[in-house]
Ligand binder design. Structure first.
Ligand code: F6P
Length: 345
């Protein structure tokens, strides 16, 4: 039985660990494995190669994806579905394992409704996918962001500055909340709560009056800023669109820093972590989660559990409906964020 694997969307620490786990388990099931290059493009363009124990050895700890990735959505390409179906038939592919985030798994859900045999694996550093408690890649991103916040503390303290650290996460504040709590941030701004920069400035002034001469502000890239009554809330984007046609986020840290300095007079600097959060070796936690997802996904193919994805519930790996992943964004719950707020003193 031939099974194809693809990785779609942004690269993410742990993708190679999933691929390796799938291939290793596949050999026990007697599957022939095929790697599709650059996400769905691999099927659209019939671009693939054989995955074997040899071609997937030594990749467990490596960041990125040996398959390559893209945000190409077959449903936004002319005759995309037909081209995918034709490639599947021509190559005798029994099933596809799609490893990806919101874009990849929503395409996988539609594809499965169109009769393609698909199993999903949820990935994203943002941890915004519904239907699973955590995604792999998130722990690595949080570790990198936490280390950055620790390092920024040294300079903030020595120079008596405010330092704003902008982290990724798209429209949710998981990375910001985790790295903020772990790094002891004095303010955390997340997309779940529009930011009132006057309130932030007053808070920093109170801290300063209380003898705390420096502050660290962690801001998630998707945080909306409360403007005037007429302007409402503003999402800061670079103005450009990504491959999937979504606005590219980034830049909110600069606005937050400028506004803090203007309102308080405190010297304020900004550090944007960007893709550093996504690159390099996955943490041990992410390698283990990715490996468990890969083995489970392969077993799902063997059991014929299509239209579903591997998912983490508590400490169990279970199968969840693919459509659950993108039914809604998994936001940071209010009660969770309230723990972070205890330390905004
Ligand atoms: O979804 C992962 C992510 O890193 C987001 O946190 C971020 O907004 C986006 O991808 C950046 O994507 P790109 O690599 O296209 O700049």
């Amino acid at each position: 039985m031939k099974v194809a694997v693809l990785t779609g969307g942004g690269d993410c620490p742990g993708l190679n660990a999933v691929i390796r786990a799938i291939v290793r388990r596949a050999s026990e099931h007697g599957f022939e494995m095929m790697g599709l290059r650059d996400g769905w493009k691999g099927l659209l363009d019939d671009n693939h190669f054989r995955l074997t124990r040899e071609t997937t050895s030594g990749i467990l700890h490596r960041g990125g994806t040996i398959l390559g990735t893209s945000r190409v959505n077959p449903f936004k390409v002319e005759n995309g579905l037909e081209r995918v179906k034709r490639a599947i038939e021509r190559n005798g592919i029994h099933a596809v394992i799609a490893i990806g985030g919101e874009g990849t798994l929503s395409a996988a859900t539609r594809m499965s409704e169109e009769g393609v045999r698909i199993v999903g694996v949820p990935k994203t550093i943002d941890n915004d996918l519904n239907g699973t408690d955590f995604t792999f890649g998130f722990d690595t991103a949080v570790g990198i962001a936490t280390e950055a916040v620790d390092r920024l503390h040294s300079t903030a303290e020595s120079h008596k500055r405010v330092i704003v650290c902008e982290v990724m996460g798209r429209h949710v504040g998981w990375i910001a909340t985790y790295a903020g709590i772990a790094g002891g941030a004095d303010v955390i701004l997340v997309p779940e709560i529009p930011a009132d920069l006057e309130a932030v400035a007053q808070h920093l002034q109170r801290r300063n009056a209380g003898g705390r001469t420096f502050s660290i502000v962690v801001v998630a890239e998707g945080t909306r800023i409360k403007m005037s009554a007429e302007q409402g809330e503003q999402l800061i984007t670079s103005g450009a669109l990504d491959e999937a046609g979504r606005p590219r986020l980034g830049g909110v840290g600069n606005i937050v820093a400028q506004e803090i300095e203007r309102r308080t007079g405190f010297e304020t600097r900004v550090s944007v972590l960007g893709h550093i959060q996504r690159g390099g070796a996955p943490t041990a936690h992410d390698r283990v989660l990715a490996t468990r997802f890969g083995v489970h996904a392969c077993d799902m193919v063997a059991r014929g559990e299509f239209g579903r994805m591997a998912s983490l519930r508590g400490n169990e790996i279970v199968s969840e409906r693919l459509s659950e992943a993108t039914r809604e964004l998994k936001r940071v719950p209010k009660e969770f964020f309230e723990v972070a707020q205890v330390f905004f003193g």
